[in-house]
Design a protein around this ligand. Structure first.
Ligand code: NI
Length: 174
């Protein structure tokens, strides 16, 4: 397994629609494992392939709490089949928007279809934090970030701060 580098916003690679994987083969399984390792290392609960520069519809997540048994999940070509009309609000963060958090309101439950690591078609019903995290990661596959749910003013503020942090990192590295 290998650690991958995580792209931070603003970056055009985070804004493009990722391509479906034709099948979950050894290469995709390897990507899933590398993404999981990268996510755990970064202390995240979810990661989507575009965040590591891969235009593939692949996401990984683990919403187990500290002290609980890890629950790694690996999904390819996830597709939301149903969303509840009840909504839920969570404070969201993102490994591509480090140190920024904001409340986002989304459907509280979802049903989805995906390919698992053995290339089997599966369906899942999710609620609570898992439902939120799945929707957040699936949106990454369509070039949508959690800040796109915020007001223009709030989003602009966060993205400007991130761009500034990026410039100062580039200067230090130069
Ligand atoms: Ni994210």
């Amino acid at each position: 397994m290998a650690l991958l580098s995580i792209i931070t916003a603003p970056d055009p690679r985070l804004k493009i629609k990722a391509r479906p994987v034709p099948a979950v083969d050894a290469k995709v399984r390897r990507l899933m494992d590398d993404m999981l390792e990268t996510m755990y290392q970064a202390i995240g609960i979810g990661l989507a392939a575009p965040q590591v520069g891969q235009s593939s519809r692949v996401i990984v997540l683990d919403v187990a709490r500290e002290g609980e048994k890890p629950q790694p999940m690996k999904l390819a070509n996830p597709e939301i089949l149903w969303r509840s009309s009840e909504l839920a609000t969570f404070s969201e963060g993102c490994l591509s928007l480090p140190e920024h958090y904001a409340d986002v309101t989304r459907p509280g439950e979802v049903r989805l279809r995906y390919l698992d690591q053995e290339n089997e078609v599966r369906e899942m019903h999710a609620k609570g934090l898992l439902a939120t995290c799945l929707q957040h990661e699936i949106e990454h596959l369509d070039g949508i970030l959690f800040v796109d749910h915020l007001s223009l003013v709030k989003r602009g503020m966060i993205l400007r701060k991130l761009a500034k942090a990026k410039r100062s990192r580039a200067l230090t590295a130069a």
